[in-house]
Design a protein around this ligand. Structure first.
Ligand SMILES: [Zn+2]
Length: 441
């Protein structure tokens, strides 16, 4: 009797263990099955490391990549292929940001109930959020220069455009030398961090709005240079007397360096952190490069320059777009995604800025367009923007232009950086206009 009882107990224990492991497996399969199925060693899904079936489309259904009879091919149009290389991926698999790697399960047609249900058929369809017209416009506007272009929907978080240069045609890849330093495989919008220059003044301005009660009553004066911490901060010219709105529109280094010293390094670091500019942000399962904000000594020249976006400051373009999206969104900024309609069931947003601060920043950015950048240069766009011309050593400065447009049908925020291009407003501003025109067609 005793023995039978013991056996029954042992059997129950084994049964419980099997049930537990099955439950664990089912849960893990539901959560991670797409990734397992999309793992390149899965022979049902991949042939020689290439996806066996499936199609990748842009937001309007234009084909960016398709597998037919086991052969994968990129878009028919050469410019589309080059402009979307970092978005889709290359044949050799060197580009880690590509959809062929990061969304393999969806391209193959994986779903948690049926698994790889169409392994003999056409595979799945991955609908990306990007607009191929905007991709082409961005690539053409960069005109061979290196840089990053990203446009996001500040309501849904969908990425509308993501272009990295240099690039190449994935159907005709060039020989790339082992010692190549161009970073051709790097997806700059997600994986680069650049000196921001004056676009960082938006961060300093946000901190000033929230911490200096009399900011909008103050009179500022610029004689072209200012003594700070035993050194000199300079402007391109003497800006004269001005209010804070003009100081931003004219991008006065003297004013912003003085504000940075008054606010203090810890305060600026806190704001850069709160705005997500020094940490890694997420785009689906990918992570962006982190930016950097080093605090110069209290009262020092370095602290002054860091508040004007120089010194050791670095920002990532996607994180910058997410930050300006918060200005457009009254402090709310949605999580970024490359999947079309992924957010239709609900958008996950982060609240990173007080609504009143966002509104004030937005007004001043609109004023900067009217006063400095010229609304005529952005026909038909209700634009709010800030330029940056970031000194990066001996070469020409990096040109930045960031902001957003007020347009209920196209609620888009953007960040454009053109490396060694010169003036932010004229060089990166032109690229931003070309891309926004294509996005709003
Ligand atoms: Zn000045």
């Amino acid at each position: 009797m005793k023995r039978i009882h013991r056996r029954a107990l042992a059997v129950s224990l084994i049964a419980a263990l099997i049930l537990g492991l099955t439950a664990l497996y089912v849960t893990r399969q539901a959560l991670d099955g797409g990734q397992w199925a999309g793992f390149p060693s899965n022979g049902d899904a991949f042939v020689s490391g290439r996806i066996r079936a499936g199609t990748v489309k842009d937001r309007d259904g234009e084909i960016l990549y398709a597998v037919r009879d086991g052969e994968g091919s990129w878009a028919e149009d050469e410019t589309t292929r080059i402009a979307s290389l970092h978005l889709i991926g290359d044949r050799a698999g060197f580009i880690g940001s590509g959809a062929l790697f990061n969304y393999a399960g969806e391209i193959l047609g994986y779903d948690p109930v049926n698994g790889l249900y169409s392994r003999d058929g056409q595979g799945g369809v991955l609908n990306l959020s990007v607009d191929a017209d905007a991709q082409r416009a961005a690539w053409e506007a960069l005109d061979g220069r290196r840089g990053a272009v990203i446009v996001t929907d500040y309501i849904t978080g969908e990425i509308i455009c993501m272009v990295s240069s240099p690039s190449f045609d994935p159907e005709d890849p060039p020989e790339i030398a082992a010692g190549d330093t161009s970073g051709v495989y790097l997806n700059r919008p997600l994986s680069a961090a650049y000196t921001p220059g004056s676009i960082f003044k938006l961060v300093t301005l946000a901190a000033a709005i929230e911490n200096l009660d009399d900011l909008f009553e103050r009179d500022f004066h610029c004689s072209g240079s200012a003594q700070i911490g035993g050194g000199k901060v300079t402007c391109g010219r003497a800006h004269g007397d001005m209010k804070i709105e003009d100081a931003l529109a004219e991008s006065c280094n003297c004013t912003f360096a003085a504000l940075a010293v008054e606010l203090g390094g810890e305060k600026l670091r806190e704001y850069a952190g709160r705005f997500g500019l020094t940490s890694r942000q997420t785009v689906d399962d990918m992570r962006t490069a982190a930016g950097r904000f080093d605090v110069g000594e209290a009262g020092s020249l370095n602290l002054g320059w860091s508040g004007a976006g120089q010194y050791h400051d670095l920002v990532n373009p996607a994180a910058m777009a997410r930050f300006v999206a918060a200005i457009a969104g009254r402090g709310d900024t949605p999580r970024l995604t490359l999947r079309r309609d992924y957010t239709r069931l609900g958008v996950t947003s982060d609240h990173i800025m007080a609504a009143a601060t966002a509104e004030k920043l937005g007004e001043i950015m609109e004023y900067a367009v009217a006063r400095t950048y010229g609304a005529d240069n952005f026909p038909g766009l209700k634009l709010h923007a800030k330029s940056g011309t970031a000194e990066v050593g001996t070469e020409k400065p990096n040109a930045w232009f960031v902001g957003y447009i007020e347009d209920p049908r196209h609620p888009y925020a953007f960040a454009v950086c053109v490396e060694n291009a010169g003036s932010g407003a004229s060089q990166a501003g032109k690229v931003a206009n070309a891309v926004l025109q294509a996005c709003t067609q």
